[in-house]
Design a protein around this ligand. Structure first.
Ligand SMILES: Cc1cc2nc3c(=O)[nH]c(=O)nc-3n(C[C@H](O)[C@H](O)[C@H](O)COP(=O)(O)OP(=O)(O)OC[C@H]3O[C@@H](n4cnc5c(N)ncnc54)[C@H](O)[C@@H]3O)c2cc1C
Length: 462
């Protein structure tokens, strides 16, 4: 009999597959479709520290930055640097001072991300980098960088390493039932594409079905998995991307991103609740329209109408929080509390956190196989954020985030920002970006009222 059957071959299942095969377990990974073809395939493709989550969940941002530092050391060729600009306009709700305070908080983790930190760019330098950008009302922009990954290549790499260590991957096998006896699952019953069922016996089962994790747990008779599914739609524009990614607001005021890829770029993602089963996910015309309109506000000359849409669901574990402040941390649910002794469910998490999540799942699997668990990952780095991370205390993390942001906003209000963090600093940090002639000429328009060379940093707090 096998040691382990994993249900779901997204990034989470693939990472658990690799970790367990390398730990010497006999393991089989089942997916109802193509490995990595569901949520994982439609992510923004970033390994990031979660600038968006920083104002309310510094512990998770810190954990993701820590993971980036580990990954950069372990697999330096896997990630590619991606520079983003956050343009600030006169009519924007978030002014230069507030955005820069947020960047200063994020700079605290810059070393972990191997980043030079943020820079404050004048309007003219912003236009040099992205000539097609809307110029009317542009004050300047703030730059920061993240890491980009080939998501498909990452999943295939994990599967190849797991197979090389003796693991088995079966695609097109949908788990439709579990066979149980005396409080233990004996087998997962999976239906092939041709409609025939087969049973996969194992001593332990891991539910890594992402947005379907609640449905898979119910098949095992468990009600312990509760998800808050959030829709994420991207618009995919088949056009040479700008050299920098962009962060900008939708007409509603919520911020989205523009993510450069090979020969195209993605705009989004949206963040709305999903009603009903994950199988009912479909992009509505108004979602697509919203993204097209948003792109038109920042890159007015781009062919937004030509874009297709892709959608996925964030499998966030249910928590008592307003929707805009849901933690992207992960949870591992041991169903033995409900009398199912050999089932674990993995919920939440990010592409960025796939490795620590897999290591934690393996640490929970091994004792069930009466094998010694590896020592827990050291939460190194010191400081309050790392201590908070160890406690998983959401409210303490939110309080520390608010305190950090307030401190940086106050410091910003009383001191002049450093000149080293302006156009010249940006040029030195990213010489290729700042010097090379732009590929992206976009539409050239004279905009009345635009003053080339205006320095946004002359007075903070705009
Ligand atoms: C729009 C969007 C953008 C994102 N961008 C980023 C980003 O840039 N960076 C980042 O770090 N995170 C990002 N995330 C979050 C993160 O990528 C996801 O949380 C994560 O990829 C989910 O992976 P998963 O393996 O849990 O789920 P999935 O990839 O959905 O994998 C679950 C698998 O289970 C299979 N399955 C389901 N039911 C069954 C069954 N009964 N039998 C067999 N197989 C089954 C499915 O076919 C699927 O392949 C994003 C999320 C979304 C939605």
């Amino acid at each position: 009999m096998r040691d382990l059957v994993i249900v779901g071959a997204g990034i989470t299942g693939a990472a658990v597959f690799r970790a367990s095969a390398r730990a010497g377990l006999s393991v089989c990974l089942l997916d109802r479709g193509r490995a990595g073809g569901a949520t994982t395939a439609v992510t923004s493709g970033l390994f990031h520290g979660g600038l968006r989550y920083l104002p309310y969940d510094v512990a998770t941002s810190y954990a993701m930055c820590l993971e980036i530092s580990r990954l950069l050391a372990a697999s330096p060729g896997l990630l590619k640097r991606q520079v983003f600009l956050w343009p600030v306009y006169r009519h924007h709700r978030l002014g230069m001072g507030l955005v820069e305070s947020l960047m200063e908080c994020y700079d605290r983790f810059a070393d972990l991300r191997s980043s030079p930190g943020h820079f404050r760019l004048s309007a003219s330098r912003t236009i040099d980098c992205v000539p097609a950008i809307e110029r009317s009302g542009l004050i300047g922009s703030l730059s920061f960088d993240e890491w980009r990954v080939d998501v498909c290549g990452l999943v295939q790499g994990l599967l190849a390493q797991g197979r090389a260590a003796g693991g088995e991957v079966l695609e097109g096998r949908r788990v439709v039932a579990f066979v149980a006896r005396d409080g233990r699952i004996m087998a997962a019953r999976a239906r092939g594409l041709e409609g025939r069922d087969a049973e996969f016996h194992a001593r332990v089962f891991v539910n890594a079905a992402g947005p379907w994790a609640e449905e898979v747990a119910v098949l095992a008779g468990s009600k312990a998995v509760k998800l808050s599914l959030r829709r994420g739609v991207h618009l995919v524009i088949p056009h040479e991307p700008p050299r920098c990614g962009l962060i900008f607001p939708e007409p509603s005021g919520r911020y989205i991103g523009l993510y450069p890829r090979e020969g195209e770029f993605w705009v989004g993602p949206t963040d709305d609740p999903q009603e009903g089963s994950p199988d009912q996910l479909a992009v509505t015309p108004s979602e697509a329209q919203r993204l097209r309109r948003s792109l038109g506000t920042i890159l007015p000359g781009y062919p937004a109408a030509s874009g297709r849409t892709v959608a996925g669901l964030r499998p966030i574990f249910r928590q008592f929080m307003v929707p805009g402040m849901l933690s992207r941390d992960y949870r591992i649910i041991d169903h033995s509390r409900e009398g199912i002794g050999n089932l674990l469910s993995a919920v939440g998490g990010k592409l960025t956190s796939h490795r620590p999540m897999a290591e934690d799942i393996l640490a929970a699997v091994l004792p069930k196989l009466e094998k010694p668990a590896p020592p827990p990952l050291a939460v190194s780095g010191g400081g309050l954020a790392s201590r908070l991370l160890a406690t998983h205390n959401r409210f303490a993390s939110a309080a520390l985030s608010a305190a950090m942001l307030a401190y940086h906003a106050m410091r910003h209000a009383v001191s002049r920002p450093s000149a080293l963090r302006g156009d010249e600093g940006f040029r030195q940090a990213y010489p290729d970006l700042a010097e090379a002639p732009s590929l992206d000429q976009g539409p050239h328009r004279e905009v009345p009222g635009f003053e080339p060379g205006a320095d946004p940093g002359a007075k903070p707090g705009a």
